[in-house]
Design a protein around this ligand. Sequence first.
Ligand code: ZN
Length: 136
Amino acid sequence: MQLSHIEHIGIAVKNLNDAISFYEKAFGLKCYNIEEVEEQKVKTAFFMVGQTKIELLESTDPEGPIGKFIEKKGEGIHHMAFAVKNLEEALAEVEQNGVTLIDKTPRKGAEGLDIAFLHPKSTFSVLTELCEDKNK
Ligand code: ZN
């Protein structure tokens, strides 16, 4: 397994448009993609910082994962995603290394990535995602 870089950092926000304006005004970044991921009940907005993205996440449903996160913890960093070359292999390897998986098999995330989450109870409470961009 080789982690090539931090692919993105996911930040839970209450209002996507307010957060987009903030990142554009405060840091001079440009939002290049807004996408809804229905399965995750979330609307996402992306910024590029070097080779790492900032992914803003607004819940479309209070019962969705981001809705529940914000209710419990408020806005803030929700997860961190590492890019890997082969997601299936990486998942098998981290599991062998004692990490508990949330997703045993890859699923589709925003921006056409294959993604899988690791359980925060085995990653020092940092919800960690592994992702592979098969279009690259
Ligand atoms: Zn993510």
